[in-house]
Design a protein around this ligand. Structure first.
Ligand SMILES: Cc1ncc(COP(=O)(O)O)c(C=O)c1O
Length: 414
């Protein structure tokens, strides 16, 4: 489903022409569609209806406050991985009882903040972390619900840099050590260890790897719950893949739901989801201007004003993103072309392509499907400011993050 489409040759989202936003604001900027976020979360809600899971939107994919608010209105809680994400989620009005806290390196201060704010669940990723959570819970006299994030040693069909379920990855507690934690838990008397969590990676396109994890996990749950129900919560993470090349949400959600029902007693277990990309990916574009065009022998470079500090995915893990002009261009040129940014790094490249639109200097382009892991990964590298984010809703748009000034970007420096 496309939420950014041409209407008489001009790119629109909902009722707003993107070129009008560009004429009122400096490029580059992120531009989001409210409708896309709402449709995506509702698609998930519909597919999982029978199971009625807690949907904790993975805020790392796009943590803009207005987006968190928008999704919360549609019933989403939050999956956070830092006290910063947790504070933003609370600020956006998300009820602590709808928040789960994952992450391999939570500090004592972060854990204390989470427990004192009575969040629903902390996903512990090491035995040492369990000791820390227990110590802090005891001192606060709050019995925190904790899930063990398992490392199932199962690799998803995804890029190695976003795979998190193998033993060679830093995430979770090795599967073979987990059962013992439920039975020999006298050192953790001040917390409630009553859940299992996993997240085997992002951008997983098939359900095969999930089948393997579900099988392994369901056997563990059966064993642990043999005499009484110790495990009450099952957090199955996120990771639903999308198709960046064809702009489709290809992950077989219905098959996935059937798989959950096949392996788990969904009446006895509360299922928790942590989807990020599936909700935000096609809800955003990155608008950029062509600064210069130059030819090096047989190679054309289109130099834009958007750098890898604004959008990391291509440089970080070879993320593919289509680029289209804001005003439709019919003619293309067959020449090896790199669309690049201004950053002093060779990997500062949006795309390498053999045929591209015959764009001119000054033209505006849209980098598609940049709603997930776009703005949330941006930085001030090369002393460039964080850029505007705008949110379209029907016939209007508003700025939901203002571009940093130079002075703001160096405020903390002396
Ligand atoms: C623990 C955890 N949960 C959920 C997610 C969201 O993944 P996705 O955006 O692929 O749904 C991530 C992403 O890395 C994660 O690390």
């Amino acid at each position: 489903m496309n939420y950014f489409n041409y209407n008489k040759g001009t790119l629109y989202s909902e009722g707003v022409a993107i070129k009008d936003i560009a004429s009122e604001n400096a490029t580059p900027f992120y531009c989001y569609s409210s409708d896309a976020f709402i449709s995506n979360i509702n698609k998930l809600k519909k597919a999982f209806n029978e199971i009625s899971p807690k949907i904790c939107y993975s805020t790392k994919s796009n943590s803009n406050l207005s987006i968190l608010k928008l999704l919360n209105k549609e019933g989403a809680g939050a999956d956070v991985v830092s006290v910063g994400e947790l504070k933003k989620s609370l600020l956006a009005g998300i009820n602590p009882s709808e928040i789960v806290f994952s992450g391999v390196g939570k500090t004592e201060e972060e854990i204390e903040f989470a427990i004192s704010n009575k969040i629903f669940q902390i996903n512990a990723e090491s035995v040492s972390e369990l000791h820390t959570i227990n110590k802090i819970a005891k001192s606060l006299n709050i019995r925190q619900q904790v899930s063990i994030r398992i490392n199932p040693d199962i690799i998803g069909d995804t890029h190695k840099n976003i795979s998190t379920g193998g033993l060679g990855d830093k995430f979770g507690i090795p599967f073979s050590d987990v059962k013992d934690l439920f039975f020999n838990n006298s050192s953790f008397a001040d917390i409630e260890i009553s859940g299992i969590a996993f997240h085997i990676g992002s951008q997983i396109k098939t359900i095969e790897p999930f089948t393997k994890v579900f099988k392994k996990t369901s056997e563990l749950i059966k064993e642990v719950n043999r005499d009484r129900q110790i495990i009450k919560f099952l957090d199955i993470g996120g990771g639903f893949g999308v198709d960046y090349e064809n702009n489709t949400q290809e992950f077989p959600l219905n098959e996935y739901v059937d798989l959950i029902k096949k392996f788990f007693d969904v009446k006895a277990l509360k299922i928790i989801l942590e989807p990020g990309r599936y909700i935000s990916w096609n809800a955003g574009i990155l608008v950029t201007k062509v600064l210069y065009i130059k030819i090096h022998g047989n190679k054309k470079f289109i130099i834009t004003d958007c750098g890898m500090n604004d959008f990391m995915r291509p440089a970080l893990y070879e993320g593919f993103h289509k680029i289209i002009p804001l005003i439709e261009i019919q003619s293309t040129e067959k020449i090896s072309t790199d669309v690049v940014g201004p950053i002093c790094e060779t990997t500062d490249k949006l795309i390498s392509i053999d045929e591209f639109y015959d764009v001119k200097e000054g033209d505006l382009l849209a980098v598609l499907n940049t709603g997930a892991y776009g703005s949330s990964m941006s930085s001030n590298y090369n002393v460039r400011p964080l850029i505007d984010e705008v949110l379209i809703s029907k016939d209007t748009y508003r700025i939901v993050r203002k571009r940093q000034t130079f002075e703001e970007s160096i405020l903390q420096e002396t």
